[in-house]
Design a protein around this ligand. Structure first.
Ligand code: 0PR
Length: 381
């Protein structure tokens, strides 16, 4: 830091130069984030001073957070659900695993040094982080030919020291939904905590033409907590994640004494945390309503099939039919295709098993973007 401060205009000029280096979302088919809804951006400024880490100082913002959880709970078939706004899927997943451990400790009769969690091999890498942080053995269950978790494989990995099982509603790579009712039954039979990672799918599945096709939320017996991210398909600003629990008990087991806070206790992982994120999330959910999200998801799915059909017409082979707005095409040299697309300022990602090119059809991936992308992909191939 220099001794003498710099005037505002110069700072803006400097920052705009930096911003120019960033890739505009219209060239990005690899991201689960998108341009946030303008209302989410607009309302944040008014809550920028709010710290939800000390909610008794900001009771109005805390009410907004509760309303967010209530809206999310009703979307996930449990209006009485409890929880809080997090920084994203990673924090929510870590916290869910921490909850499961605390519950197991309360129950007693297990060896903490041998604690393990069972996740499908398709689960997000945030569970690897959770396992490292919390000293958990990570047991990865097989997926079937359509990349869905195999409940039998999960069952085989369970032992007395299993603290949680995880299922995914909208996998990161393929956008697949695990057979959550079957996994829920297994979890109930074995008395194991089940967490559902719907970081991506939570704001997509309820708005599909036939949402009942994929049961993934609190309507499934056995599901104790759910990760659902407003900063992905919820169109809120970064960072906005959320973690919901079936009942208050799960938040209680996380409580840490914090006498110097007005609330005396804290359940969240982050201490000081953004009230602006909660306000932005509240605003966009209230503004769009289910109808608004349905329109957005319907547009994304239409474009998903447009991209799918266009790539099939090029003679490419899909890795699977899209379930959500993620398209994957088999490509042994996916990495090199990705690099060549990058040279043309297109950003896509790849999967490893099978080797495929992966595109996420977020709301900024419009029909026009798809046509221009397909034309460049054709050249590149
Ligand atoms: N769970 C699932 C199923 C996810 O797909 C992700 C993120 C997470 C949890 C973790 O969420 P946070 O990143 O909010 O902590 N999936 C994407 C990924 O890692 C996130 C992403 C978003 C990556 C935008 C790139 C990007 O440009 O691939």
């Amino acid at each position: 830091m220099e001794y003498r401060g710099v005037d505002e205009n110069s700072i803006f000029e400097e920052l705009r130069e930096y911003a120019k280096k960033n890739v505009p979302y219209e060239r990005v088919l690899s991201s689960m984030c998108t341009t946030p809804h303008p209302i989410a951006v607009k309302v944040q400024k008014e809550f920028i001073v709010s710290n939800l880490g000390d909610p008794k100082l900001f009771p109005g913002t805390a009410d907004i957070e509760h309303k967010c959880i209530e809206m999310l709970g009703s979307l996930l078939h449990l209006p009485s659900a409890v929880g809080y706004i997090t920084t994203g899927g990673t924090e929510s997943n870590i916290q869910a695993m921490r909850t499961a451990i605390q519950i197991k400790i309360k129950k007693g009769g297990f060896d903490r040094s041998k604690a393990n969690i069972i996740i499908p091999e398709s689960a997000h890498y945030s569970f690897d982080k959770a396992a490292q942080l919390l000293g958990l053995e990570l047991r990865k269950a097989a997926t079937d030919s359509s990349m869905r978790a195999d409940p039998d494989s999960m069952a085989k990995l369970v032992d007395d020291n299993t603290v949680a099982m995880v299922a995914v509603a909208g996998t990161t790579e393929f956008g697949q939904v695990d057979p959550i009712p079957e996994i829920g039954k297994l979890a109930l039979d074995l008395g194991i905590y089940l967490h559902v990672d719907a970081a991506f799918g939570g704001f997509v599945i309820p708005f599909l033409d036939d949402p009942s096709r994929y049961k993934f939320d609190f309507e499934v017996p056995g599901v104790m907590s759910i990760t659902i991210d407003p900063h992905k398909m919820g169109l809120s600003t970064i960072p906005s994640g959320s973690l919901l629990y079936r009942s208050d008990y799960y938040l209680k087991v996380l409580e840490i004494n914090a006498q110097y806070l007005t609330s005396q206790v804290q359940s969240s992982l982050a201490g000081t945390r953004s009230g602006a994120s909660a306000a932005g999330t509240y605003a966009v959910m209230r503004h769009l309503g289910r109808e608004g999200y349905r329109e957005i998801v319907s547009g994304c799915m239409k474009n998903t099939w447009l991209l799918y059909d266009s790539l099939t017409s090029l003679g490419l082979e899909p890795a699977m039919d899209p379930v959500l707005n993620i398209v994957t095409f088999i490509m042994p040299d996916a990495q090199s295709v990705r690099r060549r697309l990058c040279d043309r300022n297109w950003y896509v990602s790849t999967t490893t098993r099978p080797s495929a090119l992966r595109m996420v059809v977020m709301p900024h991936v419009t029909e026009e973007v798809i046509r221009s992308f397909v034309s460049d992909l054709k050249d590149v191939l």
